[in-house]
Design a protein around this ligand. Structure first.
Ligand SMILES: Nc1ncnc2c1ncn2[C@@H]1O[C@H](COP(=O)(O)OP(=O)(O)OP(=O)(O)O)[C@@H](O)[C@H]1O
Length: 226
């Protein structure tokens, strides 16, 4: 991400002012900082939900020898998943299967895509440890930790290269927080994670790279203060 500036349409002030950072593949990146400093705004740009006013967000692939394989390309937003704060508030279905397959192709012609998604579904459930949950269970009846697992599975089924999480532990009890942190440690082996969080205690041991965001949208590389 280089020299990203963002000013919401119709406003005069930049929320982000020249943000620069790069996150390595299959690592765990943490962004922390004061409320209102622009963390969520940054995540929304990475997920393609808003466009930067200037600057670019690119992906650079490296070979096993550590040398760049290709020129940097613009980050394909279909390879980015995002789990917002309190994702369970946005659940719409009355059973786990419908929740996870919401928006999937329903027509006969899309059978191949359906099969592809179904095998991804098995894998995603396996990764997040949802295998033991009946698919007809009402998502609202799951425990707090299992609701977060479901929210993760909904994104993982789309096989993102980058998974962004906004405050993944917020509102959970200590046991669920520890469970979700353990799960993120496991997921880090499979894909790149970028997390915004104030919960530095549980997550600090997972962090490979971290940045503090200052008001005015400047990122400074810094270890989490725990
Ligand atoms: N569309 C918008 N128009 C005007 N101001 C906005 C808009 N979106 C966000 N802001 C402002 O930009 C600043 C950064 O907001 P943002 O939500 O990104 O901060 P944050 O660091 O994620 O905060 P928190 O930790 O409380 O979630 C805030 O002052 C917010 O009020």
């Amino acid at each position: 991400m280089s020299d990203i500036c963002y000013r919401p349409p119709g406003t005069q002030l930049n929320i982000l002012n020249g943000v620069n950072f790069s996150l390595r593949e299959k690592s765990f990146g943490l962004i922390f900082g004061k409320s209102g400093s622009g963390k969520t705004t940054l995540l929304q740009l990475l997920a393609g939900l808003n466009k930067p006013t200037s600057g670019s967000i690119c992906i650079q692939r490296y070979g096993d020898d550590g040398q760049p394989k290709t020129d940097p390309e613009l980050l394909p937003t279909e390879k980015v998943g995002i789990v917002f704060q309190f994702p369970e508030r946005f659940f719409v279905a009355d059973n786990v299967l419908d929740e996870i397959t919401f928006g999937w192709p329903r027509q006969k012609g899309s059978l191949q895509l359906k099969e592809h998604l179904t095998s991804n579904l098995q894998r995603a459930f396996n990764w997040v440890g949802l295998d033991s949950i009946p698919l007809d269970k009402d998502p609202q009846l799951l425990s707090g930790g299992y609701k977060r697992r479901l929210a993760l599975a909904i994104q993982l089924v789309q096989t993102p290269d980058l998974l962004i999480l906004d405050e993944p532990l917020a509102g959970l009890d200590w046991k669920a927080r520890a469970d979700v942190a353990k799960l993120l440690k496991h997921l880090k082996k499979e894909l790149t994670l970028l997390v915004v969080s104030h919960d530095l205690r549980e997550l600090a041991s997972l962090v490979d790279q971290s940045w503090r965001m200052e008001t005015g949208g400047i990122l400074i590389a810094e270890r989490p203060p725990v």
